[in-house]
Ligand binder design. Structure first.
Ligand SMILES: [Zn+2]
Length: 247
């Protein structure tokens, strides 16, 4: 029973969402954490959460979209968290590959972290080429924070996990030359699996589906040289810790 810990169901273009959810369940992927990327997604994600009780919505502003926010976005984000008491915060973060100017990104990330602390909600972080900036913000982050789509170094993974944070793994880690080395250096008690669907396409041009999550688990287990069932057991425990009462 897997949770796809990071999926954007609102973004599928070639798939019917109902089929995506049904096919996932048939493959043992029964729950989802569904982040939004910008205010114009928020209502769509909230609507999906009402349609699918197995979906945890998350509200936030992705670092790629910080220029698209309306002036009152902060109040609107807080309103969403009040209105949806089980919602998580995110995704948010810093992406220096996309935008080397981190001033606004950090300011926006800090606001998300404050709200997550204030309302005791987990926080979903997107962090690319921003290790030192993120490390300097560790104190501001809630304990239940996940660094999603992790493709960083073994050292960076250790730094994140030593602070008690989680690491979200998807198919992109498998593209790293030293994937096995990175995976073996991680604390397996603090990892989650995700597809980041419809993104992180496994095959060029196709949308990634949550039904692929068991395949991801199997590929990671091979690199970890452990039985898939053993990894699955760990992941299920981790999911329960991260989702807490929610699941
Ligand atoms: Zn995402």
């Amino acid at each position: 029973m897997y949770v796809d810990s990071h999926i954007h169901l609102q973004d599928y273009k070639t798939q019917d969402i109902k089929n995506v959810v049904t096919n996932a369940a048939q493959n043992g992927v029964t729950h989802f954490i569904n982040p939004s990327a910008r205010p114009k997604d928020w209502d769509k994600v909230a609507e999906l959460a009402l349609l699918y009780p197995q979906l945890v919505p998350a509200f936030g502003v992705h670092p790629w979209h910080i220029d698209e926010v309306p002036a009152d976005w902060e109040q609107r984000l807080e309103n969403m968290l009040n209105k949806y008491p089980t919602a998580f915060v995110g995704e948010c973060g810093i992406d220096r590959l996309k935008n080397p100017d981190t001033v606004a990104q950090i300011k926006i990330l800090r606001f998300h972290a404050e709200l997550a602390q204030k309302y005791h909600r987990p926080l979903i972080i997107h962090s690319v080429k921003a290790d030192s900036e993120m490390a300097s913000l560790f104190d501001a982050l809630p304990k239940r924070t996940v660094f999603h789509s992790f493709t960083g170094s073994a050292e960076w993974g250790k730094m994140i996990q030593n602070r008690g944070f989680f690491i979200g793994l998807n198919f992109s880690i498998l593209r790293k030359k030293n994937a096995a080395e990175i995976l073996r250096s991680l604390n397996l008690r603090q990892i989650l699996l995700e597809t980041d669907g419809p993104y992180q396409n496994i095959e060029r041009g196709s949308e990634t589906l949550p039904q692929n999550l068991p395949d991801l688990a199997q590929k990671i287990a091979v690199l970890l040289q452990m039985p898939t069932a053993e990894l699955e057991e760990l992941i299920v425990e981790n999911q329960n810790v991260f989702l807490g009462e929610r699941k």
